[in-house]
Design a binder for this molecule. Structure first.
Ligand code: PGA
Length: 256
């Protein structure tokens, strides 16, 4: 399985800035066959960047998308419109869940629509600080995982990526708010167990599991060596050229 390094640019960069930044990344990045580098610019930048990107080096992801293909849905962009422009889509990010009130039902429809349009969904799941404190982590993980994959058949499971992103570890500046490799390992096991229960061990083993939450060049190596972790979803550090490249190089090093 490849190692995935996914940069989530969130609501940053104008289209012009995004284009310049992409150019710089491409210039500094060798084509690594075993490391799949993906960036998720804002929706507005996706189309022009799709003409600029060198797909041997890097793929594009949408940060969101709508589950209906067309119709009276003012302001939305569908996965059918994104088809051919992006290879991946981040779905169910905690900011979508908590700022925009997306629930598992809506997220499941988005996952299904992405798969139907040949876009690989990166389904984000993760507990909040208080859910962890109340011992609810395993229930939350199970609910979000099974809720999000509700409409994914056995045949389509290999078209899905899971990202474990503990909400309390996202955009953290304090060391105490960083997930430890042991904490991540425990949840990755849980994800595998749940997937195995529903889809069987053979199919479950093929699903890449990424970790995200304040990943930076100094912790990327430790996170990438957690058993069962197949890559990283990176916010803040993906906006800084040297840090993003450093993390990609770490991924390459850890594999060889
Ligand atoms: P962060 O963001 O790396 O800035 O914590 C990760 C994410 O929200 O996907």
């Amino acid at each position: 399985m490849k190692t995935y390094i996914v940069g989530n640019w969130k609501l940053n960069f104008t289209v012009g800035e995004a284009s310049i930044y992409l150019h710089k990344i491409l210039k500094n990045l060798p084509a690594y066959r075993d490391v799949e580098v993906v960036v998720a610019p804002s929706l507005l930048a996706l189309q022009p960047l799709s003409l600029q990107v060198d797909r041997r080096k890097m793929k594009l992801a949408a940060q969101n998308g709508f589950y209906r293909d067309y119709g009276a849905f003012t302001g939305e962009v569908s996965f059918s419109q994104l088809r051919g422009i992006v290879d991946y889509a981040i779905i169910g990010h905690s900011e979508r869940r908590y700022v925009f009130r997306e629930d598992d039902k809506m997220i499941a429809k988005k996952v299904e629509a992405a798969v139907r349009n040949r876009i690989t969904p990166i389904l984000c799941i993760g507990e909040t600080e208080s859910e962890r404190a109340f011992g609810e982590t395993s229930d939350v993980i199970r609910d979000q995982l099974m809720g999000g994959l509700r409409d994914v058949s056995d045949d389509d499971l290999d078209k899905v990526i899971i990202a474990y992103e503990p909400v309390w570890a996202i955009s953290s500046t304090k060391a105490s708010k960083l997930a430890t490799p042991d904490e991540i390992s425990e949840v990755v096991k849980l994800i595998k167990k749940n997937l195995t229960e529903i889809y069987g061990a053979k199919l479950a083993d093929e699903v890449p599991i990424l970790f995200g939450g304040s990943v930076n060049p100094s912790n990327a190596g430790a996170y990438l060596t957690v058993p069962g972790v197949n890559g990283l979803l990176i916010g803040g550090a993906s906006l800084i050229l040297s840090e993003f490249i450093d993390i990609i190089d770490t991924a390459k090093r850890v594999r060889s």
